[in-house]
Design a protein around this ligand. Structure first.
Ligand SMILES: C[S@@+](CC[C@H](N)C(=O)[O-])C[C@H]1O[C@@H](n2cnc3c(N)ncnc32)[C@H](O)[C@@H]1O
Length: 199
């Protein structure tokens, strides 16, 4: 069975265009078969971004990492709206290719995307790491993304993520409490948005 995180170069390409409107800014995203939420911006990702922006609407030169960025909705929106320097990683080659197109399409020059299995190709440290983690890749990968984030965060950095209550939001919070001060900053339609700081 194909998943949105498997690399399948033979999968037929059917590019579609999705737009996201916020205030007076419209962002356009090209999407395709074989990537997560290919036909519309994912509700949980939108909730995560819009909650993050309530706390950090303007950033200067801070570095932000979007882990499992898909076609780039979270990372590109934050680069455009906050001014931060954003890096997007994903294991899915097609997703990274779409990210690169979407960065150009939206004329963003403070954002780049590269392939990485979890943090394998990541060299920097970040003020913010943000992720809508790949639940379907399994709990082990999700916990690896969330646990190992602390190795890539500045000392005063923050990890932001979203999980549904039916997909282990509470058990994930418990598992992370040993390493992070973690709080729920938003709840909507069963999705919890978390902010975690290294304790
Ligand atoms: C829930 S989707 C979120 C996608 C995107 N952020 C969005 O909002 O549309 C999770 C993403 O994680 C990626 N992913 C899965 N396993 C991964 C891994 N081991 N390392 C990096 N990314 C991974 C998937 O390819 C997918 O794009």
């Amino acid at each position: 069975m194909e998943h949105y995180f498997t690399n399948n170069e033979n999968l037929k390409s059917e590019i579609r265009e999705i737009t996201y409107q916020t205030n007076d800014i419209t962002l356009t995203f090209l999407s395709d078969n074989g990537v997560f939420s290919k036909n519309k911006i994912d509700y949980a990702s939108k909730l995560l971004v819009e909650t993050f922006l309530k706390y950090h609407s303007k950033l200067d030169s801070e570095l932000v990492l979007d882990v499992g960025g898909g076609y780039g909705f979270i990372g590109i929106t934050l680069a455009k709206l906050t001014g931060a320097t954003v890096e997007i990683i994903d294991i899915n080659k097609r997703a990274i290719h779409l990210c690169e197109k979407n960065i150009k399409l939206n004329e963003i020059n403070n954002c780049k995307a590269f392939e990485s299995n979890v943090y394998e190709n990541v060299l920097n440290k970040y003020k913010y790491i943000i992720t809508n983690p790949p639940i379907r890749a399994g709990k082990e990968i999700v916990l690896k993304i969330l646990m190992e984030a602390k190795e890539y965060l500045d000392e005063d950095g923050e990890l932001w993520f979203v999980i549904n209550k039916d997909q282990g939001a509470k058990s994930t919070k418990k598992a992370l409490e040993k390493w992070y001060n973690i709080e729920i900053v938003e709840k909507s339609k069963g999705f919890f948005v978390f902010r975690a700081k290294i304790s």
